[in-house]
Design a protein around this ligand. Structure first.
Ligand code: C2E
Ligand code: MG
Ligand code: MG
Length: 729
């Protein structure tokens, strides 16, 4: 920069404001110089000799020193050395009579701005002073600018390096020329490690095809790459990266081309500048949201939406490759019972375990889905044969039949499975779903715990089944229900001591329908309440008929569903009906399935107590099938335990002491409960039970349930004394 040339243009005031120190050992010299400077508008101090100069330099800050070299004691060289040693930011003009070449050279070498010989030319001196001050000002300005540049550089570096994003620059060939510090945490590289490496070494193979477009030359202005989602590879050797699980980082990439003008007015591509933002966390939460949209939260299985999609895919695949697939509907049998008796929390855990068991029977490509409640659906793509599917269904049934141990409960469950195959059962999704549904109901209707393939013949019977609920309402109005009676006998004397009322539905088209096929539906629809009332009234009518005919009074048992029992005012209604008919409570016994007592609701205990106080005896039906303990049942006013027929069926030899009935009998005796066995079909069983001390038995050995009219005849024609049955030996 040519300082001299610009002196004249500097505003004088600016330079004049600077403070000048005049150092000389001659007082007159000092005074004349000071006067000259003041006249020219400068502020000037005087130092008489080197020692005084040193003192003043320490106290005041000067822009310029006019320094005489030759002085006694402390000379100009010493002052100059002092200035240099203190690195003082000021200019020195040597004003000296000494003109030896060596002295001047020494002063200039030490950094003096200029040399003015005494006696000085006023003009020359003032010009030199002016120039020196301008130089001083410019140096100071330069230093300030440098410092502020340094600061601003430091700030930008700070901003770039602390940016949450990975900021980079590539050269024209796609090699890194700059990366910010962030790359350490995000990708596990030190910035230096990436320098001059090609960007492609960071790109996940998944994005390998498209990535070159993102960095191509055309990426300028509107066409810059904006927020393109790509995956970057994380440094495998690094231990700095937090989310190393999958060794990849999902980022939103921005890239813009950098260009340089060429001589012909065109532009040359010189590289790419951009940043990449880590969106892994966002992707994870998006994934979670979409997971929730497509999965059942309880079991983590796909939900209906996802299942639908998989079925659509299965169709496309099967059509293209001429394959078969199967759609299965699975419904837990009697699940409502578990929910009702053990509570929903337990029901939920059962569903979780059931879904795990089913899943354990499947291939990776099969899709199990929870349709809600206790319904599951299953897609088996690419199946070879009907036998294949049957094998899977059997495997699932076997797995679910194994007892479930949840807390202290041991639960026995089963499934009903309906199967529809593509293309045999239909060519559309709707047809297959409907087919599987019908087949499943077919299994339900024929005893549950099994599987069944859809067939065309099913359409009519199953749709009948589906309309059972509606039909039952009508049946009640049209009086299609009937009460049958099965004798309960003293196993020692073979005398009838009671009758169990068992419900039948005489369907005009389908014939006699047994309770297993409609009670559950009646319970679900709450139709069991009016139906139960009807049963009790009917039983009362029969008792009155027997009484009118002078038959000896016997006890009548009616089955009560938990739905009825939990109805408010049940006990009052029950007793009310007996009172209407004038029948004492002691004539009746109610049979409650064990499961209906498990929850031990306070109001149920109260209801039972009211009934019991009225003389009605209370029996636990199907005992042993539920999950209760006798100690729990002690909370209820119970008179009788009726052992489930499945345990009676187990009795195979007289000597067998391992039968569960033994244990039950022992406990029941301890609790002084009346013991009844149902389902007795042979003499061996009868003998066994009698020896165990059972008070009553019931079963085909003595007779099946009979229509009321036949039961009436049986009672009327039985001998007045002695056994009512003669059994073969
Ligand atoms: P449950 O109360 O345990 O009735 C005994 C069932 O065993 C009856 O079947 C009876 O016919 C059958 N059974 C009797 N002896 C033998 C035998 O020696 N061998 C075999 N294998 N079975 C025998 P049913 O009549 O089909 O009734 C089934 C269930 O339906 C009953 O079981 C009861 O829980 C329910 N139920 C029947 N009538 C009513 C009713 O009026 N109301 C309610 N809520 N439930 C009822
Ligand atoms: Mg019963
Ligand atoms: Mg029973």
């Amino acid at each position: 920069m040519n300082i001299q040339a610009r002196v004249g243009q500097q505003p004088l005031e600016k330079l004049q404001r600077s403070r000048i120190l005049i150092v000389d050992d001659q007082q007159p010299m000092l005074e004349s110089l000071q006067a000259l400077l003041r006249i020219n508008g400068y502020i000037a101090d005087m130092a008489l000799g080197g020692a005084a100069a040193l003192e003043m330099l320490q106290q005041t800050s000067y822009s310029l020193v006019l320094l005489d070299l030759q002085m006694p004691e402390v000379d100009g060289h010493a002052v100059h050395r002092y200035i240099s040693s203190k690195n003082m930011n000021l200019e020195v003009i040597v004003v000296s009579g000494e003109s030896s070449f060596m002295a001047v050279k020494e002063a200039l070498r030490r950094g003096a701005y200029d040399f003015v010989r005494k006696p000085y030319q006023v003009e020359e001196l003032l010009t030199t002073i002016n120039n020196a001050l301008e130089h001083h000002r410019q140096v100071r300005q330069l230093r300030l600018t440098e410092a502020s540049l340094k600061e601003s550089e430091r700030m930008h570096r700070f901003i770039v390096n602390n940016s949450p994003d990975f900021i980079y620059m590539l050269d024209g060939q796609g090699r890194f020329t700059y990366v910010n510090d962030r790359v350490k945490e995000l990708l596990g590289y030190k910035p230096g490690e990436l320098m001059h490496r090609h960007f492609s070494s960071l790109i996940h193979p998944h994005n390998a095809d498209e990535i070159h477009n993102y960095f191509s030359e055309q990426r300028a202005g509107e066409r810059a790459t904006r927020n393109s989602e790509i995956r970057l590879l994380v440094n495998r050797e690094s231990d700095q990266v937090e989310c190393l699980e999958n060794r990849e980082l999902i980022v939103e990439l921005n890239a813009i081309g950098m260009y340089e003008a060429d001589e012909k007015g065109g532009r040359n591509f010189i590289g790419t500048l951009g940043c990449a933002r880590d969106i892994t966390a966002r992707k994870q939460s998006e994934a979670q949201i979409s997971y929730h949209a497509y999965h059942d939260l309880l079991t983590s299985l796909p939900n209906r939406v996802l299942f639908d999609d998989r079925v659509t895919q299965a169709f496309a695949h099967a059509r293209r490759y001429e394959q078969e697939f199967a759609l299965l509907f699975l419904d837990l049998d009697r699940f409502k019972l578990i929910n009702d008796s053990l509570g929903h929390a337990m029901g939920d855990r059962v569903l979780q375990q059931v879904s795990e068991r089913i899943q354990g029977c499947l291939r990776a490509e099969d899709t199990l889905c929870r349709f809600g409640g206790d319904e599951f659906s299953l897609l088996l793509p690419n199946i070879e044969s009907k036998e294949n599917v049957a094998a899977v269904a059997e495997k699932i049934l076997r797995a679910v039949r194994q007892p479930f141990k949840i807390d202290r409960h041991e639960l026995y469950l089963s499934l009903s499975i309906g199967i529809a195959r593509y293309p045999q059962a239909g060519e559309t999704k709707e047809a297959l779903l409907q087919g599987a549904d019908m087949a499943m109901y077919h299994v339900k209707a024929s005893g549950k715990d099994g599987y069944c393939f859809y067939s065309d013949a099913m359409t009519t019977t199953t749709s009948n089944f589906l309309s059972v609920e509606r039909d039952m309402y009508l049946a009640l109005e049209k009086d299609e229900f009937e009460l049958f009676f099965q004798p309960k006998v003293d196993p020692g004397s073979h005398i009838i001591i009671g009758m169990e009322a068992l419900l039948r539905w005489r369907h005009p088209e389908r014939g006699l329908i047994y309770p297993d096929d409609f009670i559950a539906i009646a319970e679900e629809s709450k139709l069991i309440v009016p139906l139960g009332d009807w049963v009790l009234r009917q039983a009362c009518q029969e008792v009155l008929r027997w009484r009118q005919q002078g038959l000896p009074a016997i006890k009548v048992s009616v089955n009560i569903s938990s739905v009825q029992l939990e109805q408010a005012g049940f006990a009052d209604k029950f007793i009310g009906i007996l009172q209407e008919c004038g029948i004492p409570g002691s004539t009746f016994e109610i049979e409650l399935a064990e499961q209906s007592l498990i929850k031990g609701r306070k109001d149920v205990v109260k209801t039972l107590r009211v009934l019991s106080d009225y003389g009605i005896s209370i029996a636990i039906d199907d005992f042993g099938r539920g999950y209760s303990s006798l100690s729990h049942l002690q909370n209820f006013p119970i008179n009788t335990l009726k052992v489930d027929r499945s345990f009676v069926r187990e009795i195979e030899s007289v000597a067998d002491a391992s039968c569960i009935v033994n244990a039950i009998a022992l406990m029941a005796k301890g609790l002084k409960l009346h013991m009844v066995a149902e389902g007795v079909e042979n003499l061996l069983q009868l003998d066994y039970l009698r020896k165990l001390g059972f008070n009553e038995v019931q079963g085909h050995l003595y007779g099946e349930a009979l229509p009321a009219s036949e039961a009436f005849i049986m009672l009327r024609t039985r001998p007045q004394t002695g056994p009512h049955f003669i059994l073969p030996n």
